[in-house]
Design a protein around this ligand. Sequence first.
Ligand code: ADP
Ligand code: MG
Length: 247
Amino acid sequence: MSNTDFALAVEDLTVSFDGFKAIDALTLYIDRNELRVIIGPNGAGKTTLLDLICGKTRASGGSIKFKNTELTRMAEHQRVRLGIGRKFQTPSIYENLSVFQNLEVSFPAGRSVFGALAFKCTDEVRARVRAVAQDVGLIDKLDIEAGLLSHGQKQWLEIGMLLMQEPELLMLDEPIAGMSARERELTAELLLRICKNRAVIVIEHDMEFVRRIAHKVTVMHQGKILAEGPMEQVQADSRVIDVYLGH
Ligand code: ADP
Ligand code: MG
């Protein structure tokens, strides 16, 4: 497979914060329709890697190619337009709007939340909202005020808001933190469903969850990749046990 066939090709990526290399010459390839999980101890550089891919942080060196387009000098909003979606740890939903409205304002036509009040909802947008709500398990909650949703449902709503943009790469940082066992199970099903149409990168600590969803696991340590492969292989790796799984 040539490098152009990947959804994402990260090569020799480095970022220094005052001389400290949070990401150190890291190389990583993600296939289209792959669900990759990144694990590793606190401070390994996992969140920083997502920051670099989405453009929140600028790389000091190396390359990030998305569908063979170089991203490193591109602004964050341009990367969104190219098809990169990023979910942060705390959900950013509009608590006072309904689930429907939250999804509607996320439609890429780019209306502000205030402009949405005057917006005449087209059939196209309405159909997309319903399809996405179905995907994230909120089809019965469309008229509910988002602030009244459970913690887990808020997380799914935010994933839905990202899906409204039809991203080809979706990145999620610790999506099941604070969720109940049932919500975790539903989130696993949700992620397995949505990676059929796109590449997904998930950072997660819960090993049961990782085992359930990962196509492949990347283990990060000190800004580098320590191990990469199927869950069983990574779990049996003595270096991984030493720096992470053993604790
Ligand atoms: P992880 O998500 O794997 O726990 P992070 O990517 O958050 O790790 O952090 C990796 C390292 O980089 C940590 O030592 C952290 O303190 C440092 N770091 C992250 N962002 C910045 C920043 N903007 N400025 C300085 N140091 C940072
Ligand atoms: Mg982190």
